[in-house]
Design a protein around this ligand. Structure first.
Ligand code: PLP
Length: 397
């Protein structure tokens, strides 16, 4: 027995799936697949032949230099994953136990976890609908109502804690309005650390993601635009902080040919050479990956342009996005169809994915401070990621 609502839902789901098929072709399609079509085997062989697979080696430096060239960041420090990159960046940015750090509710849980690893408290903020990133205007009004400043330090009037930092996240590779967010951070004395895990290859007004804050971080996990297996990087333009980052991520060992002397409790989270070898070969292909993803966007955009109940998310004004994940946005009155669509597509061999559950609703974070997140909540119910691998946009379909 069907009521008219679920019938509508099935019709919409069927129409969406047919349209996706027009773009990606037949067969099972996952959300994102890595592409290894360059010098991966050659670089991995060179790495194995060198005997240096784990400790910081030749490929780590080469990968870091290539990242610096591509992003324009003065310094790139390769580490074991994006989560640790964010953890280290927050520590080096001066985040201390019991501080609060402003993070978007609409993000992957690593953004909040990295704050928690510092002993600090994530404080969740709302998003805006164009970039899906933090809403700067809403943040400014919110801080005006809950914060007070004392000797350049921002204090939460309700909790008494220091609000130390702001972590903008560039959702699915679309960059948030960094000018506006940096202005709010400056007004309130907040340090900015950009979670650019998803945004390697994205630029806004000529600046690469992760290069405007004191730090930015990247991820090279298997599902990101390029992969090192597991990996991440810290970006900064500050030479002193870059030196500290290298030190902190290599057990805080003092340089000496044979003595084991450490001047702090450091971390062991530098990227192994073998992962960097893979990353170096992948980075050579990044321009092609970005180009193919932008082609894939154009094809989805055309295919869905005549369907009034949905739209394909487009890069914000001034942005040149990597289109890491392609995103379908259901019309507000179709938000209730998300589950039906996900289920129907799954049955048809298409692994679509909803955006993350909001962080302020996740079990470990439901009691943490949060501003009202009604925009993020509405977006969460309307967003669906489509198959997005770079190959789908190339000539290999
Ligand atoms: C992938 C991702 C991370 C974490 O990166 P890992 O390399 O998987 O640790 C952090 N933040 C966001 C927004 C991400 O998408």
């Amino acid at each position: 027995m069907f009521d008219s609502m679920s019938n509508d839902g099935n019709n919409l789901a069927a129409a969406i799936v047919t349209t996706i098929r027009d773009v990606v072709g037949e067969g099972d399609k996952v959300l994102h697949e890595p592409v290894f079509r360059g010098n991966e085997w050659a670089c991995l062989k060179e790495c194995l032949d060198s005997g240096y697979v784990s400790s910081v080696g030749e490929f780590v430096s080469r990968f870091e230099e290539a990242l610096q060239d591509y992003t324009g960041a003065a310094h790139a420090i390769a580490v074991v994953n994006g989560t640790e990159a964010l953890h280290m960046a927050l520590l080096l940015a001066g985040v201390e136990p019991n501080d609060e750090v402003l993070v978007p509710a609409l993000s992957f849980i690593a953004t909040a976890n990295a704050v928690t690893y510092c002993g600090a408290v994530p404080h969740f903020v709302d998003s805006e609908g164009e970039s899906l990133g933090i809403d700067a205007e809403k943040l400014r009004d919110y801080l005006a109502s809950i914060a007070r400043q004392q000797n350049g330090i921002c204090l939460n009037r309700h909790t008494g804690r220091v609000i130390r930092a702001l972590v903008p996240m560039h959702v699915f590779g679309h960059m948030c309005d960094m000018d506006a967010l940096l202005a709010v951070a400056e007004e309130y004395g907040l340090v900015v650390v950009e979670d650019a895990a998803e945004a390697l290859g994205s630029f806004r007004d000529g600046s690469h993601a992760g290069t405007r804050g004191l730090f930015g971080i990247l991820s090279f996990n298997g599902n990101k635009i390029l992969t090192t297996g597991g990996g991440g990087a810290i970006l900064t333009n500050n030479a002193t902080l870059a030196t500290k980052a290298r030190h902190l991520t290599t057990t805080a060992k003092l340089p000496h040919p044979w003595r084991y002397r450490h001047d702090a409790v450091g971390y062991n989270c530098r990227m192994p050479n073998i992962n960097a070898a893979l990353g170096y070969a992948q980075l050579e292909q990044l321009p092609v990956f970005v180009e193919n993803k932008r082609k894939l966007f154009a094809r989805y955009h055309d295919a869905f342009s005549s369907m009034p109940d949905v739209k394909i998310l487009q890069e914000p004004a001034g942005c040149h996005s990597n289109y890491w994940l392609q995103t379908l946005m259901l019309a507000p009155d179709q938000a209730g169809q998300q589950e039906t669509l996900l289920e129907y597509a799954q049955d048809q061999g298409l692994k679509l994915r909803p955006a993350w559950e909001l962080l302020n609703h996740q079990t470990p974070y439901s009691d943490m401070p949060s501003m009202p997140t009604d925009v993020a909540e509405a977006l969460q119910q309307r967003l669906i990621n489509l198959p997005s691998g770079a190959d789908l946009g190339g000539d290999h379909v």
